[in-house]
Design a protein around this ligand. Structure first.
Ligand SMILES: *Cc1c(COP(=O)(O)O)cnc(C)c1O
Length: 334
């Protein structure tokens, strides 16, 4: 097993910090909670997609691509960061976006504003239930007919190459645990397109670490998400020749904090975002980390962890979406 053999761009200087959340830990009265600040990764506003893109863009450059094409929601952090990586490496970038349930708003703020500011070459909006892959392929063919070369990146950057970014993160966490003498019993992360969770599990496995990864779902039910993570873990392990037994027991997903659906706010999310802001001054986001933290808080309250446990919460980024939902956080005047 050697992901080091894969080429990697570098978008972050050094490691992201791990900070102890003393006030939050005290407020919850459970295990010791620390946070890995992947919201401080490099590229515009940071977040977990930066790590995946280090490997994906290296692969694109190796293949001689001049344009990145990817897809996602109108508030996709992944689209923002793919575009930022393209800017950094002198590539063009085209985006395929799915229309939100409330309709596409051409003036939408948050990440959508940044798509324009960072200079997306093309933005194509398709119906909410549309299939993004054929649209990306059509754009790639159009570029090919002009003598250009596109590199397609799937939703969330979650294929085997992108997943290497979170194997590397597990390695980084192990090094930091070693330096500070604090091994982590659990890492808790939001789980969406699954590359983050699958990569962390692969990385800890490769290191023979006993750290367990708990994914908090942001869209799917438990069975579906666990199968998705396991599939990606297996195909990544196969790609790199990881010689380990890979069973379903490595994957643990929690689906009770999704609420009515992807990106739909829940009370628990609002409580979690406020609590972390007001105890630690750290901004979470309403779509991923807010629900993941709601999951961590809920699991603590139901006694899932021992008081002596060390839990590392992975801050995967996403704060631009916060500014699209002021009504959730500003008290209404009576
Ligand atoms: C994409 C994303 C996630 C989910 O990571 P996956 O690898 O897709 O499971 C979590 N948090 C934020 C802020 C994201 O943008």
């Amino acid at each position: 097993m050697n992901p080091i053999r894969y080429e990697r761009r570098r978008y972050t200087t050094g490691q992201t910090p791990i900070e102890k959340l003393e006030r939050l830990s005290q407020a919850l009265g459970g295990p010791t909670i620390s946070i890995k600040r992947d919201d401080q990764l490099g590229l515009t506003v940071g977040g977990n997609k930066t790590r995946k893109l280090e490997y994906l863009v290296a692969d694109a450059l190796k293949q001689g691509a001049d344009t990145l094409i990817t897809c996602g929601a109108v508030q996709s952090n992944h689209c923002r960061l793919t575009l930022a990586a393209a800017v950094r490496d002198g590539l063009k970038c085209q985006l395929v976006l799915t229309e939100p349930a409330t309709g596409y708003e051409p003036q939408a703020s948050g990440n959508h504003l940044l798509f324009h500011l960072l200079g997306a070459e093309k933005i194509e909006v398709i119906p909410a239930d549309g299939d993004m892959q054929p649209v990306m392929e059509k754009l790639a063919q159009e570029l090919a007919s002009e003598g250009r070369k596109a590199y397609l990146i799937p939703v969330g950057g979650s294929n085997e190459i992108g997943t290497l970014g979170y194997m590397a993160c597990a390695e980084e966490i192990e090094q930091q645990a070693w330096e500070t003498g604090t091994p982590y019993d659990y890492v808790v992360t939001a789980s969406g397109s699954a590359g983050t969770q699958a990569g962390l599990v692969a990385g800890f496995l490769a290191r023979h670490s006993s750290t367990q990864v708990i994914g908090v779902n942001v869209s799917r039910d438990r069975t579906t998400q666990e199968a998705k993570v396991l599939d990606l873990l297996r195909s990544t392990a196969e790609m790199i020749g990881l010689q380990s037994e890979i069973g379903a027991e490595l994957i643990s997903c929690e689906d009770r904090y999704v609420g009515p659906g992807y990106a739909i706010p829940t009370e628990e999310m609002v409580e979690a975002v406020k609590l972390v802001a007001q105890t630690e001054g750290i901004l979470l986001d309403p779509v991923y980390t807010g629900k993941a933290m709601a999951g961590l808080i809920g699991m603590i309250r139901e006694g899932r962890f021992a008081k002596e446990d060390h839990v590392l919460f992975l801050h995967t980024g996403g704060s631009p979406a916060l500014y699209t939902v002021p009504e959730l956080f500003i008290p209404k005047e009576s």
